[in-house]
Design a binder for this molecule. Structure first.
Ligand code: PEP
Ligand code: MN
Length: 347
């Protein structure tokens, strides 16, 4: 349920609503929008609640929210959410580029990659230190050493970084270093983990589960929002289908659909979405054209020798070429690359 406050309401009146909700075992989230302030009520709502709240001072009206993903829905918040990572704004109408290796492998590899993606115009760095691998015998990341190296690369280039956190046990450690906590596809419905990353208050990049329907995915986001962390970035990274010609099936539909039903920013991950570097460029451009707030790309100095996901990684030259194409498409759909906006304008 949404409690829509009257224009000119006071903070005291909101506090009274929140206290009343608490008394009846419900939780309220205050959402201050451009045109109105609402209190989103979550929990098992009883039939008389609306009438009760409408008698309270400062309350304009109450409306039932028709969808299960309440806090993530546009019904509750019509305006786009902008997630700030340092000076980078995700969801503010510009296309944000996030790039880096699948996994941090060595100091040289991450430093070289961070410099290359920065020079080509990336806004954020990515890299895995704790890697979820299908086989326990594959390279599983450098752990804390990987986090230290990411922090070093981030410091040198000025690019904030995101990295995956795989278990509740590592949330504090990863949050100590990372600017954005990434929840991978395999943990997309690990609800305890979602609440723990939510509690840090840091931005969370939530990948879509391998077999998650859009509603499952938005409900996963709901766990983070409900814990009181509004900084959620959704990431379409492909789903499992009957198709085996590609690693996953990138669901382009998800981008405009999610933008319609949710206020949260959504970024595309065509590297995992396709699994083949030759498809990464075209699908990135399609995602930008479809309205993605950003694109995440795996980039490696020498993909043939990568310890994970080499087949879908771009080398530096291919990344630079894609950035040029991305710039053109992003301009054409009036969502210019964020880096383009920060470049000095010619006199
Ligand atoms: C990754 O980003 O390297 C990764 C493991 O992603 P996903 O969880 O989407 O497979
Ligand atoms: Mn990867």
């Amino acid at each position: 349920m949404m409690v829509i406050m009257k224009q000119g309401h006071s903070q005291q009146e909101i506090d009274d609503v929140l206290r009343r909700l608490e008394e009846v075992g419900l939780k309220g989230h205050t959402i201050v929008g451009v045109e109105r302030t609402v209190v989103a009520v979550v929990g098992s709502i009883y039939p008389e609640l609306g009438d009760e709240l409408e008698t309270m001072s400062g309350v304009g009206s109450t409306v039932r929210i028709s969808v299960p993903h309440k806090l993530a829905s546009r019904e509750i918040k019509p305006e786009d959410t902008i997630v700030k990572v340092g000076s980078v704004e995700i969801g503010a109408g510009k296309t944000v580029i996030i790039a880096g290796p699948c996994a941090v492998e060595s100091e040289e590899q991450i430093m070289e990659t961070a410099r290359a993606v920065k020079d080509a115009g990336a806004n954020l760095l990515r890299g895995g230190a704790f890697k979820p691998r299908s086989s326990p015998y594959s390279f599983r990341g450098l752990g804390e050493e990987g986090l230290r190296l990411l922090a070093q690369a981030s410091k040198e280039t000025g690019l904030p970084f995101m990295t995956e956190v795989m278990s509740v046990r590592e949330v504090d450690l990863v949050a100590k270093y990372a600017d954005v906590l990434q929840i991978g596809t395999r943990n997309a419905q690990n609800f305890m983990l979602l609440e723990e990353v939510g509690r840090t208050g840091k931005p969370v990049l939530l990948k879509r589960g391998l077999a998650s329907q859009i509603e499952d995915w938005l409900l996963a986001a709901e766990y983070i929002l409900n814990i009181g962390n509004p900084n959620v970035i959704l990431c379409e990274r492909g789903i499992r289908t009957f198709e085996t010609a590609t690693r996953n099936t990138f669901d382009i539909n998800a981008i405009p659909l999610v933008k319609q039903i949710s206020h949260l920013p959504i970024v595309a991950d065509p590297s995992h979405g396709t699994g083949k570097w030759t498809l990464v460029g075209p699908v990135s451009l399609a995602a930008i054209a479809a309205g993605a707030d950003g694109v995440i790309l795996e980039v490696h100095p020498n993909p043939d020798h990568a310890l994970s996901d080499g087949a879908q990684s771009l080398n530096f030259r291919r990344f630079r070429e894609l950035m040029e194409q991305a710039r053109v498409v992003a301009e054409a759909v009036d969502r210019p690359l964020l880096s383009a906006a920060t470049e000095p304008t010619p006199a």
